[in-house]
Design a protein around this ligand. Structure first.
Ligand code: ADP
Length: 544
């Protein structure tokens, strides 16, 4: 028997309109190259309608892909809503990709129009003559368009100036495409994920829940995670829905800049990858910023080292909410919130739980499976591939049958390529990406666990562990370590190995430790193990 409820499509327009009716007085603050920009959601709403008119005047039709090539700021936010709400597809392009990857992505997505930040024009100029479908470029910012070879080129604010303020957003189907985002290619070619309105609508609701990221109107949200990295984890949508003040960093991502912004705007929730917060932690230690407004740091994208979780909480009273996600999951999959009764647990156990990637968000079904696809027990010990289903999980890669072929199990679960355990309480702990596991004599060593332990050593700032070829064991772990600056001359391999020895099985101990000034990072700020493995391809491990 079918129920009797309205047929009400779950589209972004409703989130936009909800904000318009209720939160017009709340602010959106952006740090831009021209200074700090501030306006209200009422201004934002007016400009989204103007932008919708601009897009139509530029010939954007339903289903057309409109690319952005930009930092996090208010104009980018306007595009986040105007493009999908007229029925076009918002394609957020990662500005840090290599030229060949950019060419691949623009051409594969068949973008018609590109909105670009003035400071990023040079990056586009390098590839523009290879872009087959782009018809015009629109330069954002507020000043005159810089000298450029991009053509034809228009100025965002000039187009906006004389655009009408009225616009009736169409009724769309909830299955219509809203956005397109390519995985940054940590593990191969970029693959396109085409989000539906329905997926983003449901993801937005789920992410705001107290059991998830716990975001409300009272928050001041600081998405440091780029708007080209899995929609800044959906935070622009969530903040607009709940009417939270939004604070954007623009291109200013240095630890001191972030600390200043948190202090000035009284940020309550900031979100980004661990490497950012490792930097912030050291800046806070050495500076005198008032970050007392901060009540949570959302950390994901790669494993949040336990030392970072403990450090922020003990030294600054800021809890870290550790989350796991993927571009393919819009991106939220799990969050490590404690259950109420765990608050009573001994500190050691509480940190152990919080350093895990956490429990599935309501709406996401999660299992771990062996190589034959058999589900494995949630005993906290058995490792298997993480597989998921849910209303905001990708069903196929965009125009990419080859990549889609191996991405799903025969019974329709998405294969994440991550390896994890799940404990009886339902907390998942990622042990590695399948490709990063170290296979030593047929057994698996988790590079992530070794990294986390190493990063808890007071002399270590960053540590990445990779597999290096070994004649007898096929692969053995090599630790690549960036020391804390004050200890760069008095840190030794021996003390790090001795530090690990009581904490891991002896055959897990890295065969060698090398000290470096920097670990290569991917375009979204994760340790780039692909590059690291290449750098150390011919590394000779000591023979005893
Ligand atoms: P890319 O594949 O380019 O890195 P994503 O940002 O979509 O792009 O990466 C998703 C992957 O990042 C996950 O499959 C997982 O391997 C890793 N990841 C995300 N969050 C975490 C986390 N909290 N802990 C460990 N790994 C994580």
């Amino acid at each position: 028997m079918r129920g009797l409820m309205m047929d009400f499509p779950l589209t972004l327009k409703h989130i936009l309109q909800h904000n318009e009716r209720l939160y017009g007085k709340k602010e959106v603050v952006s740090r831009t190259e021209a200074g700090v920009h501030r306006y209200t959601y009422a201004d934002f709403q007016k400009r989204v309608r103007k932008l919708a008119n601009v897009l139509q005047r530029l010939g954007v039709k339903r289903g057309d892909r409109v690319a952005t090539f930009a930092w996090n700021h208010y104009q980018h936010l306007e595009l986040y809503f105007a493009v999908p709400c007229i029925g076009a597809v918002l394609h957020t392009v990662n500005i840090r990709l290599f030229p060949d990857q950019l060419v691949y992505i623009f051409n594969h997505a068949e973008d018609k129009l590109v909105f670009v930040d003035p400071s990023l024009i040079p990056l586009l100029e390098r590839v523009a003559d290879r872009l087959k479908t782009v018809e015009q470029y629109v330069v954002m910012g507020s000043g005159a368009i810089p000298e450029t070879s991009l053509a034809p080129v228009l100025a965002y604010e000039e187009l906006m100036a004389d655009a009408p303020e009225d616009f009736e957003f169409p009724d769309l189907d909830e299955w219509d495409a809203l956005g397109l985002c390519y995985t940054s290619g940590t593990t191969g070619n970029p693959k396109g994920v085409l989000y539906t309105h329905r997926a983003i609508f449901l993801h937005t609701f789920a992410s705001a829940m107290s059991n998830t990221l716990n975001i409300s109107e009272r928050d001041v949200i600081f998405p440091v995670v780029p708007m080209f990295h899995a929609n800044a984890w959906g935070l622009p949508f969530t903040a607009v829905m709940v009417g939270a003040k939004l604070v954007f960093p623009g291109p200013f991502l240095k630890p001191q800049d972030m600390a200043q912004m948190i202090q000035d705007e009284r940020v309550t929730v900031a979100a980004g990858v661990p490497t950012l917060w490792i930097g912030l932690y050291h800046a806070l230690k050495g500076g005198s910023y008032d970050i007392s407004s901060l009540r949570a740091l959302i950390v994901g994208g790669s494993a949040a080292p336990r030392a970072l979780i403990e450090g922020f909480e003990k030294d600054f009273g800021v809890p870290i909410a550790h989350a796991w996600g993927m571009t393919e999951l819009s991106p939220l999959g799990t969050v490590a919130n404690l259950k109420s009764y765990m608050e009573e647990w001994p500190e050691e156990e509480r940190y152990r739980v919080r350093a895990k990637q956490g429990m599935p968000v309501a709406g996401i079904e999660l299992r771990i499976a062996d190589e034959q696809g058999n589900p494995l027990p949630w005993d906290g010990k058995t490792m298997g591939e993480v597989q998921v289903r849910g209303p905001w999980v990708v069903s196929a890669y965009y125009n990419d049958p080859e990549a889609s072929k191996d991405a799903f199990t025969p019974d329709g679960w998405f294969r994440t390529g991550d390896v994890a355990t799940v404990d009886p309480e339902g907390y998942m702990e990622i042990t590695d990406r399948t490709k990063d596991l170290i296979k030593s004599g047929g057994e698996w060593i988790s590079s992530v666990q070794l990294e986390n332990l190493l990063m808890a050593h007071p002399k270590v700032m960053e540590a990445a562990v990779i597999a290096v070829y070994h004649e007898k064991w096929q692969e053995r772990p090599l630790a690549v370590v960036v020391p804390v600056p004050e200890h760069k001359d008095d840190i030794t391999k021996e003390e790090l190995i001795e530090f690990l020895r009581p904490q891991v099985a002896s055959w897990w101990l890295p065969d060698d430790v090398v000290f470096v000034e920097e670990i290569p990072k991917t375009s979204v700020g994760k340790f780039d193990k692909k590059v690291l493995r290449e750098q150390f391809r011919d590394y000779q491990l000591p023979t005893e």
